[in-house]
Design a protein around this ligand. Structure first.
Ligand code: HEC
Ligand code: HEC
Length: 223
């Protein structure tokens, strides 16, 4: 895009100094737009306020092993998750890009500030020793190999270095299976994950989920 802007200005102008200036201006404008849209709003959250607000989430998210009724899967662990991903998720529920009756209602009741506060609180929680690795559907050893393609974004063992990419390390196996099935069926959409999930068989999904869920330490349950 920047290349073509440069070419079109160079056809229309003769003065090389002016040509460079115009091209530079359009490149700088593009860079500025990029910087402003990447502005990390979550940095303004107050974790103390977030902890108080999180009481309304505790009935589902602070009970170890708590299960969604239908379909049956464990409610995701949020302790130690990236703030940016938490905020993105809440906004996705509010906009209807992700669907779950209680989460949509919950997300719609939150202000932008609430979301930032809660996200900062959850991100500040430490990883914990994983005590719920017993219910294995997949094969974690096979899953380790199959998860190679996922490491560029989700990190080794599912600990992601980039705040927009969720940590998967120590997440419940049943939740990971549910999430991957949702991407594959199109009920949850994301330009990066839709294609990744489409390539996975049921067995692949279970094995990869078992691999991330079997890590000794990872995402925790807030208490
Ligand atoms: C009635 C139970 C319930 C309550 C209350 C609830 N949640 Fe959830 N939450 C869920 C379930 C179930 C899911 C998984 C839904 C799905 O996407 O399929 C979920 C998913 C999420 C996710 C996405 C996590 C991920 O890894 O994809 C976030 C973030 C979240 N909840 C935050 C909150 C916050 C913050 C509150 C309180 C303000 C809250 N939830 C209240 C049940 C609940
Ligand atoms: C190019 C980067 C990229 C790659 C490669 C990638 N992911 Fe993701 N993944 C993402 C992003 C971004 C999200 C958050 C999307 C959203 O908000 O729904 C995500 C979300 C997920 C989630 C949902 C987590 C949650 O808590 O809701 C799972 C599970 C997942 N990815 C598994 C995988 C697996 C398994 C692979 C490899 C087969 C993979 N991903 C490869 C970028 C990637």
């Amino acid at each position: 895009m920047q290349q073509s802007a440069f070419q079109s200005t160079s056809i229309r102008t003769r003065d090389p100094a002016r040509m460079n200036y115009t091209a530079l201006k359009s490149i700088l404008t593009g860079a500025l737009i990029l910087i402003s849209t990447c502005n990390p709003a979550y940095a303004e959250g107050d974790p103390e306020e977030g902890k108080v607000k999180f009481l309304m989430c505790a009935g589902c998210h602070a009970i170890p092993g708590y299960s969604n009724v239908f379909p049956r899967f464990q409610v995701p662990k949020l302790g130690g998750q990236h703030a940016e991903f938490i905020i993105n998720s809440l906004k996705s529920y509010a906009k209807g890009e992700r669907q779950h009756v209680s989460m949509t209602g919950t997300a719609l009741s939150l202000t932008e500030q609430d979301m930032q506060n809660i996200a900062e609180y959850l991100a500040s929680l430490k990883f914990a020793v994983n005590i719920d690795k017993d219910e294995a559907f997949g094969n974690p050893v096979a899953g380790k190999k199959k998860a190679k393609n996922c490491a560029s974004c989700h990190g080794k063992k599912g600990k992601s270095a980039s705040p927009g990419f969720p940590n998967l390390i120590g997440q419940y196996e049943t939740y990971l299976i549910h999430a991957l099935q949702q991407y594959r069926s199109g009920n949850r959409t994301n330009p990066m994950m839709t294609g990744m999930a489409a390539a996975l068989s049921d067995e692949d999904i279970e094995d990869i989920a078992a691999y991330y869920a079997s890590q000794k330490k990872g995402l925790s349950t807030p208490r």
